[in-house]
Design a protein around this ligand. Structure first.
Ligand SMILES: [Zn+2]
Length: 110
């Protein structure tokens, strides 16, 4: 029940949370240095300085339990990490119903 709460317009490319105040990267390519309240990824630091690519960062976040990162900003009511990932098309698990375009299917079993 937060009638005045508007989602921030920028979506985190790591976790899919629609809550970044700034675009993760500027048009010039620099990181925003904003920390995603959901997954804790800091753009311009975790990627540029630590060399984490979004897929790896996402895997780590999920492997760690996909927990909400921020202690000062609570998650939205009913927040669900998996639903958020699926809504953003970032869910790592295959087998989802064909509700969206899927370009790659990951590794081909041999
Ligand atoms: Zn995030």
């Amino acid at each position: 029940m937060n009638p005045g709460t508007q989602p921030n317009p920028h979506r985190c490319p790591i976790c899919g949370h629609h809550g970044l105040e700034q675009p993760p990267r500027s048009p010039a390519g620099g990181g925003s240095f904003e920390i995603c309240v959901c997954c804790g990824f800091q753009f311009g630091v975790d990627d540029d300085d630590r060399g984490l690519d979004p897929a790896t960062a996402r895997e780590r976040w999920i492997a760690g339990g996909a927990r909400w990162f921020s202690r000062s900003t609570p998650p939205p009511p009913g927040w669900d990490a998996r639903r958020q990932l699926e809504a953003a098309g970032l869910a790592p698990t295959p087998g989802a119903p064909a509700t969206g375009p899927k370009r790659d299917r990951g590794a081909t079993p041999s």
